[in-house]
Design a binder for this molecule. Structure first.
Ligand SMILES: NC(=O)c1ccc[n+]([C@@H]2O[C@H](COP(=O)([O-])OP(=O)(O)OC[C@H]3O[C@@H](n4cnc5c(N)ncnc54)[C@H](O)[C@@H]3O)[C@@H](O)[C@H]2O)c1
Length: 399
């Protein structure tokens, strides 16, 4: 089987795929729709990052393609519906840069508490301003984490190790880590926190979630950090609160409007303010995150092609089938109509198949069943399933 990896994907991905028996072709750049159409026949796994767009036309010219790995966070560069219609699984790496974001936020909490942005600026301007005024240790201060998911919880652990007291607010029921304490409302958190760090997800309802009202409810001289989504914080209102001195500093990694290309001008109401750290959406951008993404996505692609596991894919039903160590496996993707999964078991039972384990799942218009059996399934069973009117594809493996 052949894997084509575009856009300079981390070499660890090549190692993982070659170790699982794939022939890997590595390219440094992305490909256009026409170029993809020319090279995709004969490719079983395709790896891309955010600069390659996978359109319906590209997929029309990919007769052998089993799966696409987006070696990044987003998947909107892929026509996910068409891929799902063809039974092509799409994987990404939503959590591989969690630690990178958390480390940036930790650095920012300390830098803002010590007013490092303005101190370093003064030094570059040739001004020696040695003073403890407005500088604080973070030990014993209260960090309020808004959105206690993957990033929020890891931040909670690291912040406690630094001696911060952690409180959090989340709309979902999240388990508190370490000594962190839940607050029932955002207002309660804002009334208590010396530093507010926002880590909510990008659901549409979070647009403008943190505006003038929330900023007014923050403690006087508190700090605000947003490394989640640009649309979440009202940057014009934040500017006013910084200029008035109510907010003592802020660190922003994401913005309502971000420049499209490298070198484009960055326009923001937050430029030129004292004790404000602005970074170009680099929270998750580290070499370690790239390596982790390379390993994570390559492992998922191989798991799918070698054993049918769709764990953590974004467009097909999710069945977390472990690697097959012995026996025989059949994976069957079909159109999700009532009774269709039960129908599979009926066929297996009629032919006396001894099922060892089964992983079932549905998502939207598709249903997926992975069946492990002691022995190879009779040809009649495979033929019955593969020719059923609802079949998308059927694949088999033996250990
Ligand atoms: N700056 C970067 O480079 C970078 C890198 C990675 C992730 N991110 C962003 O960081 C954010 C968090 O990522 P994650 O992996 O922790 O996501 P996650 O889905 O694991 O966690 C998000 C949490 O926010 C909670 N939430 C959503 N809306 C809320 C609201 N209005 N009030 C309170 N809680 C709310 C959810 O219940 C969930 O627990 C995402 O927006 C993600 O896109 C940014």
């Amino acid at each position: 089987m052949k894997a084509l990896l575009l856009e300079n994907i981390h070499p660890l991905a090549v190692e993982v795929l070659e170790a699982r028996g794939f022939e890997v072709e590595l390219r440094t750049s992305s490909l256009s729709e026409d170029e993809l159409a020319a090279v995709l026949p004969g490719v079983h796994l395709l790896g891309i990052r955010s600069n390659t767009t996978i359109t319906k036309r590209a997929l029309d010219n990919a007769p052998d393609l089993l799966a696409i790995g987006c070696f990044c966070i987003g998947t909107n560069q892929v026509d996910l519906d068409t891929a799902a219609d063809r039974g092509i699984a799409v994987f990404n790496a939503p959590y591989s840069n969690t630690r990178s974001v958390v480390e940036l936020v930790i650095a920012e909490i300390i830098a803002l508490a010590r007013r490092l942005p303005e101190k370093t600026q003064r030094m570059h301007d040739g001004i020696w301003d040695k003073s403890a005024k407005g500088s604080h240790e973070v030990r014993g201060r209260t960090l309020g984490i808004v959105g206690y998911g993957n990033i929020g919880t890891q931040l909670s652990n690291l912040a406690e190790a630094l001696g911060l007291r952690v409180i959090f607010y989340d709309t979902a029921d999240r388990l508190a880590h370490g000594n962190a304490q839940r607050r029932a409302t955002l207002d309660e958190l804002l009334a208590e926190a010396d530093v507010v760090s926002i880590h909510v997800d990008g659901r549409p309802g979070n647009a403008g979630f943190f505006g003038p009202e929330q900023l007014s409810k923050m403690r006087p001289r508190s700090l605000l950090i947003n490394a989640s989504r640009g649309m979440v914080v009202d940057d014009v209102a934040l500017r006013e609160h910084i200029l008035s001195g109510h907010i003592a500093g802020a660190a922003l990694d994401v913005f309502p409007v971000e420049p499209k290309a490298q070198g484009d001008e960055f326009e923001s109401a937050l430029r030129g303010l004292d004790n404000v750290i602005l970074t170009p959406h680099v929270g998750g951008s580290t070499q370690e995150a790239q390596e982790e993404i390379g390993y994570f996505v390559a492992t998922k692609l191989a798991g799918f092609a070698r054993g049918g596991s769709t764990a953590l894919n974004v467009n097909l039903p999710e069945a977390q089938a472990p690697d097959l160590v012995d026996g025989f496996r059949v994976s069957f993707l079909q159109v999700n109509v009532p009774g269709v999964l039960a129908g599979v078991n009926q066929v297996l039972a009629e032919h006396g198949v001894n099922v060892r384990a089964q992983y079932l799942s549905t998502r939207g218009e598709r249903g997926y069943v992975v069946t492990d059996a002691e022995e190879a399934l009779p040809d009649a069973v495979l033929a019955t399933l593969a020719t059923s009117p609802h079949a998308v594809w059927l694949r088999t493996w033996s250990a």
